[in-house]
Structures are given as structure tokens and as C-alpha cells.
Design a protein around this ligand. Structure first.
Ligand code: C2O
Ligand code: CU
Ligand code: CU
Length: 500
């Protein structure tokens, strides 16, 4: 069965002389469409970001170096756009690391703004967690060390986290994927190699001259009218009639998506933010907020050669609509291949933390204050204030409450992986039943999550992953245990850097 997209629905309404008066592709809630018309969806070839090689490796550690710099790149066909990129590309290079190998990542700041580097999904020691005030100033560098030994294989991502600046820095390009793999995961007969594909979704808005427009709509959200995947607008991917694994990340600043296939066929979810699920879950669609990752299998053997399958974005409320925003990318089934990959019925043994294990419950109300500032329990960011102090290895339930119906808040906890107990008293979506670090708190939703605070003492941030909200000011911190390493204790150093 073919779905009717919102765009088609609007066209039908217009033809029927309906009262739906949205001029398609022009204005919606004051958002202007700019470069959208200059690129036809599904005409630009799909690609994946390059994989970054270590500069050197020894018996325990791989050493990587990334320079943050301005560059002009082609995003819209035939035009160039100035970005602020990790190694000058959009998005940054993919890092693939093995569990239990140490990564030392050197970040050099050749931009003219402060940056801070956060590896989202990693259990990091406080001084390497990308604390929002632990800046790498222009002309400085910092070496970040990650053990990769706490969580399972998972899709992480690295992105900027500079206080009040992260939405701008990430919008201009500072984001990339970081994949941790381990023996257990690699032993599964899942699609591998050329059939294991990063899919980084980001919306952007461009001026007629190709430059990026950053408009945060009076500190509410940055909405683009061009959907990019791995830096390509609405790409077209040629696939064989076999299974593929897609590591999907929503790296957008403010836009969430509802993913579905144009054929109406189900998506097979095998992993959440923090690694594989216990068993694959089939679902007709997935709600994907900023910062969330889902690992998907799509089996193209269902389709005849010559079939086009679109990855669509079904309508979500409070999400600025432009023409073609309901499309993400397409797959053209162009060749026949044998497929020895299998999606096992059991992917891994997942521990579900029982509610009874929690020693306390904390309440967090996420809202917009009367002065317009986005806050948690009425407060914005204050480096000298701590809002929760779980002890090491304690289990807590955090109730995340959004009492408004005008905005949604993907809430992210640093340091730990957690699980959703319920949303508005109902079980989470079946595809959310794994370890996660971002929790979609939709309009009028109350989400309860349970997690164990472990591996490092110290101060860690939690915040909304709409980076416009995060920047002003929906971010706070918790302190695990007593003491711990000061997040500001390993400051960036001036260039030139010694050899890595
Ligand atoms: Cu992905 Cu604190 O962020
Ligand atoms: Cu994070
Ligand atoms: Cu928010």
C-alpha cells in the first residue's frame, strides 16, 4: 500500500478546494523556503563520509588528529557553501574503533570561535566529556582520551558542545559519527562492509548564494528546508536486492523525523542509541529526535530490480513544513546479488533494570519560562550549581515532564545509558526498548527513564538536544558520587602542538 505523504495530502486538499491554505513550498509559520527549489530530490548520488585513519597506533591506543577549520564545499549541486568542518568536511570523518582499544583524539581549533568536543554516547572521564565551559579557544588544541571499554558496540557521534554556541557550531558543520565495534557484534551474521552504511540526517537552509542561513527564530529552533544525508541533499543510493544495515543518526539542530518507507513495508530495528537490542523489532515507522540513533535493516530482496523505495519523513507536529521535507533519500534497486547475511532472532543478552532497583526518583519539568528562556525545573545553566547527586552504582528513575503542547524536548544524559520505563504511563514504543541516552519527550509527554550511575565520579551535563534550547538554557548538571575529576582540569593548550 502506498502511503499518502503530507505533501500529497496538501495537494489533494488544494485541488479539492479545501481550506488548507498553506502555499506549498513558500511559507509555513513564518519560515521561508530558500534553496529548496534549486535541487531536485533523488538526483545527487549518495555517499558516506570518509573513515579517518589513525595517525599512529601502539599496542593499546589509536591516535587520531582532527583540525576544525573553515572550508568551501559543494552541498547544493554547482554551488559552494562555507562550512566549519572537522578536517574541513561536512559532516566530519567517520571514526571506527574497537571496544577496549584506547582512542586519543587531538582536536585543533583553526576556527575563530570557541569550541568544545563531546563524544556523545561514550562513558567519558569528566575532563574529556566536552564540558560546555571547557573551551578549545581559537589557536588552541586539546587531546581527548577515551577508554572504549564501558559500553557495548554502539553508534556514537562527536559534536561541538561550546556553551551558548553549540547550535551555531554544529549547524556550520561540527558533527561526525563514531562507531564502536566488538567481537560479539562482529560475530553476528549481520550485513557488513559495503552493506553497513552510516546515515547522518541534517536539515539546513541556504541563501541564494549557497551560504548557510542560521536563523534560530528568536531562540526557538533552526529549521532547514533542505534535508541532507551525509552532507548530500536528498541523495539517491543504488542498492543490490539484498539486506543492508543503516546506522541512522539525527544530527539536526531542531528537527525530528518520523521515518518510514514509501512502500509501506516495515523497518527492522536492531539497535538503539547505545547498541544492539535483544531482538529485532519490526515497525512501520520510527520517531527520531535530535541526537537519537537507530540501527536499521532494510531488505531490498523484496523488490524487483528497477524499484525505487523512498525513505520518507511522515508528519510530526510542531515541525516546520516545507516542500520536500517529507522526503529524506531514495534507494534504487539496480542489481542482483547473493546475500549471506542474516538477522538473528537474538542479537544480545540485554539486562532490563527492574523498577524496584531504583533508590530514588527525581522529577524534571522541561518548559519555556515566561521570559522565553528554556529551562529545567525553572533553572538555566550554572556551572556552580548541581541539581542531582546520585552515588556511584546507584539506580535512579528520572521523570522528564513536558507539560506544554507547543514543543518537544529530546532529553540527553551524559555518562550513562538508560532505559525508558514508560511514556504517559504506557510502555515505550517497541523499538525504544533498548539502551538509550536520548529520550524523546514529546508534546504533553511524561517519560520515566531508569539508569545506573556508574564508571566515573564527577560532574556531567544533561540537557535538551534541541541545541537552540540547550544553548539558552535547557542544560544543567548532575554530580556522581563525591569529588571526581574536575571537568575543567585538562585545559586546551596553545598551538603549536607537540607530535601526537
Ligand atoms: Cu550530543 Cu551533551 O550532547
Ligand atoms: Cu552526550
Ligand atoms: Cu528542548
Amino acid at each position: 500500500m502506498k502511503r499518502i505523504s503530507r505533501r500529497e495530502a496538501m495537494k489533494i486538499a488544494a485541488l479539492a478546494g479545501g481550506t488548507l491554505l498553506l502555499p506549498v513550498g513558500l511559507q509555513y509559520r513564518g519560515y521561508a523556503q530558500r534553496a529548496n527549489g534549486t535541487v531536485e530530490p533523488f538526483t545527487v548520488p549518495f555517499r558516506t563520509p570518509p573513515v579517518l585513519n589513525p595517525t599512529r597506533s601502539d599496542s593499546t591506543t589509536d591516535y587520531y588528529q582532527i583540525t576544525m577549520r573553515k572550508a568551501r564545499v559543494e552541498i547544493l549541486p554547482g554551488q559552494t557553501t562555507e562550512i566549519w568542518g572537522y578536517n574541513g568536511i561536512f559532516p566530519g570523518p567517520v571514526i571506527r574503533q574497537r571496544r577496549n582499544r584506547v582512542s586519543t583524539l587531538r582536536f585543533i581549533n583553526n576556527l575563530d570561535v570557541n569550541t568544545s568536543l563531546h563524544l556523545h554516547g561514550m562513558t567519558s572521564s569528566p575532563q574529556y566529556d566536552g564540558y560546555a565551559e571547557d573551551f578549545i579557544p581559537p589557536g588552541y588544541y586539546k587531546d581527548y582520551v577515551y577508554s572504549n571499554n564501558t559500553s557495548a558496540a554502539a553508534n556514537l557521534w562527536y559534536h561541538d558542545h561550546a556553551l551558548a554556541q553549540s547550535s551555531q557550531n554544529v549547524y556550520r558543520g561540527l558533527a561526525g559519527m563514531y562507531i564502536v565495534q566488538d567481537d560479539e557484534e562482529l560475530a553476528l551474521p549481520l550485513p557488513k562492509g559495503n552493506y553497513d552504511i552510516p546515515v547522518i540526517i541534517q536539515d539546513r537552509q541556504f541563501a541564494p548564494d549557497g551560504s548557510l542561513i542560521f536563523d534560530n527564530r528568536n531562540q526557538t529552533s533552526v529549521m532547514g528546508d533542505v534535508i541532507t544525508v551525509n552532507g548530500v541533499p536528498w541523495p539517491r543510493m543504488q542498492v543490490a536486492n539484498r539486506k543492508y544495515r543503516f546506522r541512522v543518526l539525527n544530527a539536526s539542530i531542531s528537527r525530528s523525523y518520523r521515518l518510514a518507507l514509501s512502500t509501506g513495508d516495515q523497518l527492522t530495528v536492531i539497535g538503539t542509541d547505545s547498541g544492539l537490542m535483544s531482538a529485532p523489532v519490526n515497525t512501520p515507522d520510527i520517531r527520531l529526535a535530535m541526537g537519537e540513533r537507530y540501527d536499521l535493516i532494510i531488505d531490498f530482496s523484496r523488490y524487483a530490480i528497477g524499484t525505487r523505495v523512498e525513505l520518507q519523513n511522515l508528519f510530526l507536529p510542531n515541525n516546520a513544513f516545507f516542500d520536500n521535507i517529507d522526503r529524506i533519500m531514495c534507494f534504487d534497486v539496480v542489481r542482483s546479488e547473493t546475500d549471506d547475511s542474516v538477522v538473528p532472532n537474538t542479537l544480545r543478552n540485554l539486562e532490563f533494570i527492574p523498577e524496584a532497583a531504583a533508590v530514588r526518583t527525581r522529577d524534571f519539568v522541561v518548559q519555556q519560562r515566561n521570559d522565553g528562556v528554556w529551562v529545567i525545573n525553572g533553572n538555566g545553566w550554572d556551572r556552580n550549581r548541581v541539581d542531582a547527586n546520585p552515588q556511584l552504582e546507584e539506580v535512579e528513575i528520572w521523570t522528564l515532564r513536558n507539560t506544554a503542547n507547543v514543543s518537544f524536548h529530546p532529553m540527553h544524559l551524559h555518562l550513562i545509558d538508560a532505559q525508558i520505563l514508560d511514556r504517559n504511563g504506557q510502555p515505550p514504543f517497541p523499538y525504544e526498548r533498548g539502551w538509550k541516552d536520548v529520550f524523546y519527550v514529546g508534546e504533553n509527554e511524561t517519560v520515566r527513564v531508569i539508569g545506573r550511575f556508574r564508571s566515573y565520579s564527577g560532574k556531567f551535563m544533561y540537557h535538551c538536544h534541541n541545541m537552540v534550547h540547550e544553548d539558552r538554557d535547557m542544560m544543567s548538571q548532575f554530580q556522581v558520587g563525591r569529588g571526581g575529576i574536575d571537568p575543567m582540569s585538562a585545559p586546551a593548550r596553545p598551538l603549536p602542538a607537540p607530535p601526537l
